[in-house]
Structure formats: structure tokens, C-alpha cells
Ligand binder design. Structure first.
Ligand code: SAH
Ligand code: SF4
Ligand code: F3S
Length: 445
């Protein structure tokens, strides 16, 4: 069948960085004349943007790929691409495992998709995983939302947490210039976007690779400076940022968040473990006391701030008592939400080679116990909203109830209320919270 436009489909796994990369790659494909296909089985080009943070994330990719590789045997014109973190980790090995692949490209190469595809059309099977300087992308991303948008500010990560593949697959830190970031946000404001989330694996590291220091030796470009620099972009009502690293989190940043009305009172600061020995083995570079001080400081300035985090259970050597220190931290702090994961040994990371691994049974048991506590605490945190007026930025229709719209509070709680999406999309609406659940709210306009 010949169509006026060839069709493409992208499936995205993993974190917000991958989502942002997928939106840029979709923009490039549409610029090249491709049109979106919801159904991968109709597409002429399929791109899997992959994640390898845990083993189950990686395995999911292989099962999807297997199906499309089979389709390609019947339809040799199908273009099959693996991008993202599995591509970076496996490189050439992926071609041996799935010889039907046309292109294997690491995350640093996302903006080069058009050039790489040209090589594919010229008949080559291409692997692009060498470290590169990430070029500014001139194509307009095809964004999933018309209200909220991701904006990358720093790529890569220079930390060496002993469990983590990210530095290996995303490479060294590369900050975008404040000017390029502001230009992107200005364009978003002009297109009607209302909320942006600045993205980096360790966003507090923003700017330390850019030239320039102040008289006191501080880097000229820090996340705090960036927030002040982009705060007044016309049309942008809300600014968020993620992910914060406890080691680099500063009081200056908290003050900026308080001072800049657009910056939302929500902080995502992963702690990973509540036990000092484990934190040391993870090479996180802080203690649980230090982490608690940071949260105290945030709450001193903004008593109502939402706090979320990530935690790992079953890290090698974790004893029951050490796990209980994590439970204790979660109980004491009362997170609004917490992403929890059972430790998964990853190729190329130090902790994967240690001989004190915890059994799958124990890991799952701890994960369930932690998740149970997390939802109790989240329910408590939701409780404080009951009867209060909250500002909701309306994003979408409630998929389960077309008579309702949904959006988020400034603290990032998902909230539903009765209303017409065509009328309310993109509006900031004050609603009175009438029902609370651990991870969502219902309000009345
Ligand atoms: N840069 C962020 C998080 C990056 S990865 C930070 O420093 O916190 C997202 C989350 O995945 C991590 O916070 C961690 O909780 C989890 N994670 C990373 N590696 C993992 C592994 N090997 N096993 C289980 N969870 C892992
Ligand atoms: Fe991974 Fe640590 Fe970097 Fe986060 S800071 S991405 S956990 S190495
Ligand atoms: Fe996964 Fe890569 Fe993000 S490993 S979590 S997609 S940085």
C-alpha cells in the first residue's frame, strides 16, 4: 500500500528524560514527512525509546521488539529503531540479538535522528552510541500535552551511585545555555503552554559545566539563577523542576522557590535509603540526618510544600534493621508520594558484583511493606486538602468520566472536578476539595 505520508509509531519506556527525547524525535520525524500512527502494526517506522534502570524495564523492550522483528520478516520496508538507554547499554550486541534492527541509537543521539535515518535509507545498519556533544535541536518537538511541557536543562549525570546505570548510558553532564532554555520556554508561552518542568537527572548540577564563576567562586549559572532568569516568560504560570539531589540542594534554591510565584511548592528529592551505612555503600554522599535537615529547611520556608522522593529496598547487604530505618524515615517525613523499587542488579554497576545480594523474596516483601506505609502517609497528606480551596491547572478530560476534567494542584496532586474540557483546558481554576484519596482529590468548582 502506498500512502501520501509514511506512518511512524513511538513507544516510550522510562523516565521524563525519555519522554522529552521521544517528543523531540517525533518532531524530527514529522518534519521529515512522517505522520503519527496510534497502532504500531500500521506503522512504516517503529521506534522504541527504551529504559534500562531495572531488569524488568529492559526485558519489556525485548518482548515488544520480538513481535516487530517478526513483522519485518514479512515486510522488509519496515524501519525498526531502538533508541534510549538499552540501545546505549547494549549497542552492537542488540544487532546480534535482533538482526532485523535498522538503527540502534543512544540517548545523546536523539537530536541526530534525521542524519542517522539518512544512513539507514542509504542501506546501512547503524549503531550510534559514541559520546557526542548534544546539539541544540532546531525542530519543533511534537508534545503530548498542549498545556504542560518538559524542558531539558542538563543532560547526563556525573554522580556514581553504585546501583545506577544512568551515568553509563546518559554520559557526562551537559548543560544547555540559559539563553537556549529561555528561548524554548518563550516559544512554549507563545504556543499557549501554561506549565513547564525543567528536567535533569541531577538538576542541581545545572550550570557547573558552563563557563563562568562569581567573585565568591560560585558558578555563574546555577539552577537558582536559571529559575530567576526564566521566571517571567509571558504565559508560563507554573514552573516545576526535577530531579533534585540532596547533596546539592541549597537554601538559596528554597528561597528562590518562595520568592518566584511561578515556581510550585513541590520538591522531588530522592533519598534512596534511610540508613547511613547503606547510603554510604550507595555512594550517595549524605546521611539521613542531612536529608532530614533539608526537608526541615524546606518546611521552615514553605510549611505546606509537597515532598516526593524515590527509594530502593533490598540494596545488597540491607539488613532488616537497615530497612526499618527507611520505614522510619518515611514515617517521620510523611511524603506526599514516593516512587519505590526493589533493587535490581544492573550491568556495569559496582553493586551488581557484590556477593551480599538480597533474595527476591525478601526484596518483594520489603517493597510491599514500604508501599503499604507510603499509601497510609499519602492518605494523611491528602487529608490536609479537605475543605480547602486549591488552584488546579486543567490538563485533560477525566478518562473515566467525560463530565469531569482533571489537572494538578501546585503541590502536584491529581484532582478531578465536574466541568467541560473544551471550556476549561489550560485554565487555572480554584476548586474546593470535597473528597480525598491517597494519590488524588476531587473538588467542586
Ligand atoms: N537522578 C535521580 C534518579 C534517577 S533513576 C536520583 O539521583 O535520585 C530513578 C530512580 O530509579 C532512582 O531514584 C532509584 O530509586 C531507582 N533506581 C535506580 N537504579 C536502580 C536499581 N539498580 N534498582 C532499583 N531501583 C533503581
Ligand atoms: Fe543515578 Fe545517582 Fe545519577 Fe541519580 S544521581 S542518575 S541515582 S547516578
Ligand atoms: Fe530509564 Fe534511561 Fe531514564 S535508564 S530511567 S530511561 S535515564
Amino acid at each position: 500500500m502506498t500512502r501520501s505520508h509514511p506512518l511512524y509509531h513511538i513507544t516510550t519506556f522510562g523516565c521524563q528524560m525519555n519522554k522529552a527525547d521521544s517528543e523531540r524525535m517525533a518532531g524530527i520525524l514529522e518534519d521529515m514527512g512522517y505522520a503519527w500512527s496510534e497502532d504500531p502494526n500500521e506503522a512504516d517506522l517503529i521506534l522504541y525509546n527504551t529504559c534500562t534502570i531495572r531488569d524488568n524495564a529492559e526485558q519489556k523492550v525485548y518482548s515488544y521488539l520480538g513481535r516487530q522483528a517478526k513483522r519485518k520478516q514479512e515486510n522488509p520496508d519496515l524501519t525498526l529503531i531502538v533508541a534510549g538507554c538499552v540501545a546505549q547499554q547494549e549497542g552492537e550486541k542488540l544487532l546480534r540479538r535482533v538482526p532485523e534492527l535498522d538503527l540502534v541509537m543512544g540517548p545523546q543521539h536523539a537530536n541526530r535522528l534525521q542524519d542517522l535515518l539518512q544512513e539507514v535509507y542509504n542501506g546501512a545498519q547503524v549503531v550510534a552510541t559514541e559520546p557526542v556533544h548534544i546539539m541544540e535541536d532546531i525542530t519543533k518537538p511534537r508534545r503530548d500535552s498542549s498545556i504542560t511541557a518538559w524542558v531539558n536543562v542538563i543532560y547526563g549525570c556525573n554522580e556514581r551511585c553504585t546501583y545506577c546505570v544512568v551515568p553509563g548510558v546518559r554520559g557526562v553532564e551537559q548543560s544547555r545555555t540559559p539563553e537556549a532554555i529561555r528561548a524554548e520556554i518563550e516559544s512554549l508561552g507563545q504556543q499557549g503552554y501554561k506549565e513547564i518542568t525543567l528536567l535533569g537527572q541531577n538538576i542541581d548540577a545545572y550550570g557547573r559545566d558552563l563557563p563562568g564563576v562569581t567573585e565568591t567562586g560560585r558558578h555563574l549559572h546555577t539552577l537558582t539563577d536559571l529559575l530567576y532568569y526564566v521566571a517571567d516568560v509571558p504565559g508560563i504560570e507554573r514552573i516545576r523542576f526535577a530531579t533534585s539531589h540532596p547533596r546539592y540542594f541549597t537554601e538559596r534554591l528554597i528561597k528562590a522557590c518562595l520568592e518566584i510565584p511561578q515556581v510550585c511548592e513541590h520538591f522531588h528529592i530522592p533519598f534512596q535509603s534511610g540508613d547511613n551505612e547503606l547510603l554510604k555503600a550507595m555512594k550517595r554522599g549524605y546521611t539521613h540526618e542531612r536529608y532530614r535537615q533539608i526537608i526541615d529547611k524546606v518546611r521552615e520556608y514553605m510549611p505546606d510544600a509537597s515532598i516526593s522522593a524515590d527509594a530502593i529496598v533490598g540494596f545488597p547487604g540491607e539488613t532488616e534493621a537497615q530497612f526499618e530505618n527507611t520505614l522510619k524515615l518515611v514515617d517521620d517525613i510523611g511524603f506526599d508520594s514516593l516512587n519505590t523499587a526493589a533493587y535490581s542488579p544492573r550491568p556495569g554497576t559496582p553493586a551488581a558484583l557484590w556477593d551480599n545480594q538480597i533474595s527476591e523474596f525478601e526484596k518483594n516483601d520489603r517493597l510491599q511493606r514500604l508501599n503499604h506505609l507510603v499509601s497510609i502517609k499519602a492518605a494523611e497528606r491528602s487529608g490536609r486538602y479537605l475543605g480547602r480551596y486549591e488552584e488546579i491547572l486543567v490538563e485533560e478530560q477525566n478518562p473515566k468520566n467525560p463530565g469531569q476534567v482533571m489537572g494538578r494542584t501546585r503541590g502536584n496532586r491529581l484532582t478531578f472536578f465536574d466541568g467541560d474540557i473544551n471550556e476549561l483546558r489550560g485554565q487555572l481554576v480554584k476548586v474546593k476539595i470535597s473528597e480525598v484519596r491517597p494519590f488524588s482529590l476531587t473538588g467542586i468548582k
